[in-house]
Design a protein around this ligand. Structure first.
Ligand code: ATP
Ligand code: MG
Length: 399
């Protein structure tokens, strides 16, 4: 039987005049995500997108899975396609929904008649379908309040469809409608979740990762690539910049007070990330910080790291508990990768007693011992860039 995907749009329904832009971006994102699976026809009408496979052997499980990771969609359903007459609609309901109806005990029918030329009105469609299904599946009973399955019949301009309970979509707003931001990504649990949350608010992502070979390994960097590939299944393509960081860390270790090490390091991260961001046309930075989680995430410490950049810094996890962050990480598929035991540059040379209530002036004075500009330039000279989630997946180049 012919099968399609019916998508209900999320918040973008509310966006008034911008709605067109949102819808076009969403369609573009969907096309890009589905194109490796075959050819599809996409149509947007009345807060619904209908996706019809045009190639023969499209993997609809995979298509549904991909659609479930596109931001801007509230719910989606796989639906059986019927001819626009009642006989075909009833037959489609019976055969297409047989597996779910056999597993259910109660059901109800809802009809949407967007094509006003269809001879039966919605209540009549419901009545006919309800009666027919009760005959065909005698173990079922009707429950209009809390049914196991709601059978939806949608009669639209370009076809009639039957489907069961919709599946929750990724929510949020389409990536690319909110501009672009650079996420500081580590191999930890938090920053991939932060990246995902901001992509869900419509931001396109660029990623900046600090690596400290020989103190950190190739494998540690590969872990970050793996994390971004997972995030990229939701956000779309990501350009990842790997910035060498060991020399900067050695200089701080050798020339600055030990208890300021972490904060001085974080100030370098922010400066470098902002410079990458500007080159890439990004208008904000994103970090996975959460207030009070570690010494460098106290309010005073955050003030000191923010002082070196002028772009807004989004910290979507600032008010989240670790347990909530872990729950999201599991949902988006990054958790299992994040807990792989590889080192991060943040764990290199960590001081025994980091300052939790730093003074900006002390940090600025400590930095006088360093040639900050030269160190940053050197990191850029040796930076690497790769595209995650694109046709040239993982291919590396210099900046
Ligand atoms: P995460 O789980 O994201 O690693 P964390 O709790 O370990 O977070 P920190 O190590 O203090 O926290 O890092 C705070 C934030 O700084 C991270 O969320 C990330 O945005 C950024 N960061 C840390 N290490 C790196 C790195 N190696 N490269 C890029 N950004 C980093
Ligand atoms: Mg970390």
């Amino acid at each position: 039987m012919k099968e399609i995907l019916l998508l209900k749009l999320g918040e973008l329904v509310l966006k008034g005049l911008n709605r067109r832009v949102f819808e076009d971006t969403l369609l573009k994102n969907l096309r890009r995500r589905l194109s490796p699976l075959g050819r599809f026809d996409l149509r947007a009408r009345q807060s619904t997108i209908v996706i019809t496979p045009l190639s023969e052997d499209v993997d609809m499980d995979e298509a549904a899975d991909r659609v479930g990771r596109v931001f801007g969609i509230a719910t989606y359903s796989r639906a059986g396609v019927a001819k626009k007459n009642m006989e075909s609609i009833l037959e489609t309901g019976k055969t297409y929904l047989a597996p779910v109806l056999e597993a259910a005990r109660t059901f109800k029918v809802e009809a949407k008649r967007a094509d006003k030329t269809f001879p039966l009105k919605s209540p009549q469609i419901c009545e006919e379908m309800g009666g027919f299904l009760l005959e065909q599946f005698p173990h079922l009973s009707v429950d209009v309040h809390h049914p196991d399955v709601t059978v939806y019949v949608e009669v639209r301009d370009f076809g009639a469809y039957v489907h069961g309970n919709p599946v929750r979509g990724a929510g949020g707003i389409p990536v690319g409608t909110g501009g672009k931001a650079a996420v500081l990504i580590s191999g930890g649990i938090d920053s991939p979740v932060a990246a995902w949350q901001m992509a869900r608010r419509g931001l396109e992502l660029t990623a900046v990762h600090f690596a400290s070979p020989p103190y950190t390994s190739e494998r540690a960097e590969q872990k970050v690539v793996d994390l971004l590939e997972q995030v990229g299944q939701w956000s779309g393509r990501i350009r990842m910049f790997t910035m060498p960081f060991a020399h900067i860390q050695e200089e701080i270790r050798d020339k600055c007070p030990e208890e300021l090490f972490t904060l001085l390091m974080r100030r370098f991260m922010m400066r470098i990330a902002e410079r990458v961001a500007r080159r890439e046309g990004c208008e904000a930075l994103i970090t996975g910080e959460s207030l009070g989680q570690v010494a460098s995430q106290t309010l005073q410490a955050i003030c000191c790291t923010d002082a070196v950049v002028s772009m807004p810094v989004f910290r979507p996890l600032i008010g989240s508990d670790k347990a909530d962050i872990v729950a999201t990480a599991r949902r988006i598929g990054t958790f299992e990768i994040s807990i792989e035991p590889y080192e991060d540059c943040c764990t290199v040379f960590t001081p025994k007693h980091p300052r939790t209530h730093p003074h900006l002036q002390a940090l600025e004075e400590a930095e006088l011992a360093l040639d900050c500009e030269a160190l940053i330039d050197e990191s850029f000279e040796n930076a690497r860039v790769r595209l995650i989630g694109g046709p040239a997946q993982g291919k590396e180049g210099s900046l």
